[in-house]
Design a protein around this ligand. Sequence first.
Ligand code: PA5
Length: 448
Amino acid sequence: MNIKILSNFTKGFLTNSEIDSEIDNANKAREILHSKTGGGKEFLGWVDLPMRTESKEIEAIEEAASEIQNQSEFLVVVGIGGSYLGARAVLEATTSPFSVYNKDKKSVKILYAGHHIDSEYHTELLEFLKDRDFSVNVISKSGTTTEPALAFRSLLALSEKKYGKDGTKKRIYSTTDSKKGALKKLSDEYGFKTFVIPDDVGGRYSVLTPVGLLPIASAGKDIRSLHRGALELEESFKHQSGTENIACMYAALRNALYKKGKKVEILVNYNPKMHFIAEWWKQLYGESEGKGHKGIFPAGVDFTSDLHSMGQYIQDGERFLFETVFNMETPSKDMTIQEFQGDPDGLNYLAGKTLSYVNSKAIQGTKLAHHSGGVPNIEIQFKDLSEKTIGQLIYFFEYACGVSGYMLGINPFDQPGVEDYKNNMFALLGKKGYESKKAEVEKKLSEL
Ligand code: PA5
């Protein structure tokens, strides 16, 4: 296992008996998860998804990825929320920010669309693609989400203009429900190659389905290792409970801290490639747990950058925070700090040391300072940023989220709250069926 959970820096905030009692609760929640007796039980397909994924499915995804690599320089991934964040998290974590792509047709550069409605971004994207070869992977489980559907319209139009109807058919890949939704209908009509999101896997738990795997494979990443990492944890978690099960341990610690008034969890990374892991995690936990006026608010910071912005608040602001700190054991690359003649910057005392050594001391120093300032830390030690470890991290967080949600007494697999903004927006936009709501929304707006 490439992940460990450490609780040393919760000392002074949690007693052993408080932790033990939450471990008991985590075990009960784990039972609910495995016996499929809790809320949202029809969306537990992700629990044994790695085991159920057949090698022919992986082969089909790899085949499509290789078609995309052969015909295009860019793949535009159109999706929002769970239909976008997982792929981006894995890709940013496993890719050098300076990588050259598609030199040998073994990868494409991934661009994103439909993850917001900003007009400048989408106009600039179309301008950029006009003279470049691109394919599109449009992803929507419901097939009716406004943001990606709007982006897809314009990309489809550009593709037809550039490649004609037949060319477009070969360049658009859709990932959607097996039977229903506008995207499924449209894909059948146009003859796009289509991948299926299983009925029993919700959006934010779908990164290990074609939702994540097709973009990840297209970017040249090893989806077999990603899958293997997740499978290893699925197999372990089937038999492990209590402190032996790292997901139960994490769920127990965060719930114990929540009960002590620590209502905000900040996921901390010291490796900028992990920024989008935190974005994915924020959605997973925020959308799963924030219900019935309950739930830990998930936030994220990138250290040491944000020590120069958010650091002051974390050290010294309101004391309702705890941190969950990523600590990577072995960076795949390192560099030695050089001697500087005359020591003009005063850093020669570090000459001969590595940059990762300095980062590790920053981690220790910060954990200690924040702990002393009233911010307990849970630590997630992980081996590296390989596809296999990332696969383990994904499964670990999904499992811990299911357990945590059941500990909280909510259904971690629905998201009723996200409908409210949509209803107001549709009413204001004059969507059919929202006529009476329009007057009500406009009245409320004018009163504020
Ligand atoms: O986790 C979820 O269910 C959501 O974040 C969805 O993934 C998101 O709203 C996109 O939905 P869809 O895939 O139906 O377009």
